[in-house]
Design a protein around this ligand. Structure first.
Ligand code: SAM
Length: 220
């Protein structure tokens, strides 16, 4: 059944309240969550689930991330890199990129599946969201647009992808889940000259980063 815009707006406010209760307090993040309509990034027949705090399948065995996860990653980035150019790896539904754009970043995004890339690009253009995206292996970054003030990897990496570290600007920071196939530790890497400082946060479960600097594609 089609949900009315008013009901969806109410559900969006409730989602933001839930995020607040979970400890998300960054006002730029919370305002972006209020502004960006998550249901527009959902399959049409699942719009009623869009404001639950859970991940959801978007096709190609991929998912739109849980709102709490998107909020944590956006907060980690905002606290260390308040503005500038941000590269997202794993466009997926386009929701995380839209949140970053609403926070005021200049956003670039790379997606491995051509079907997801094309769908997200069409959606950005229809909604007037200024995200430049492309199809390819994001584990190699986007060399023509580097350096980036921020990089956000929204798939689980087995290790730190060297090309992404090299594409960070001075004082730039990367938010990336790193670990095994079953769970990964949220990691923030900040560049200072040739040095990289690391901070470790809680465990999450992401779909794998598949590519040259990620997991092997023939496994997934
Ligand atoms: N940011 C997405 C969103 O808001 O919907 C979350 C998408 S999902 C958790 C992770 C995405 O990373 C998937 O769409 C997957 O295809 C993509 N991905 C995995 N490995 C990739 C790679 N090497 N380059 C680009 N995208 C990749």
């Amino acid at each position: 059944m089609k949900q009315s815009e008013k009901l969806l707006e109410q559900r969006r406010r409730e989602m933001v309240e839930t995020l607040r209760q979970y400890g998300i307090s960054n006002s730029r993040v919370l305002e972006a969550f209020l502004r960006v309509k998550r249901h527009l990034f959902f399959p049409e027949d699942a719009v009623g689930c869009a404001y639950n705090d859970s991940a959801y399948p978007i096709g190609f065995s991929q998912t739109i991330s849980q709102p709490y996860t998107v909020a944590i990653m956006s907060t980690l980035l905002a606290e260390r890199c308040p503005g500038g150019k941000v590269l997202e790896i794993g466009t997926g539904s386009g929701y995380q990129a839209a949140i970053l754009e609403a926070m005021g970043y200049q956003v670039f995004s790379v997606e491995r599946f051509v079907g997801l890339y094309e769908r997200a690009e069409k959606l950005f253009s229809r909604l007037g969201i200024r995200v430049l995206c492309r199809h390819g292996d994001g584990s190699l970054g986007w060399i023509e647009e580097a350096p980036f003030d921020g990089i956000m990897v929204t798939a689980g990496a087995p290790r730190e992808p060297r090309p992404l570290m090299q594409q960070l600007a001075e004082k730039g920071c990367m938010v990336i889940p790193i670990g095994g196939y079953d769970s990964q530790q949220m990691t923030v890497i900040q560049r200072e000259g040739d040095e990289f400082h690391r901070e470790l946060f809680q465990q999450f479960v992401f779909v794998p980063l598949v590519g040259n600097e990620g997991w092997e594609s023939r496994v997934f």
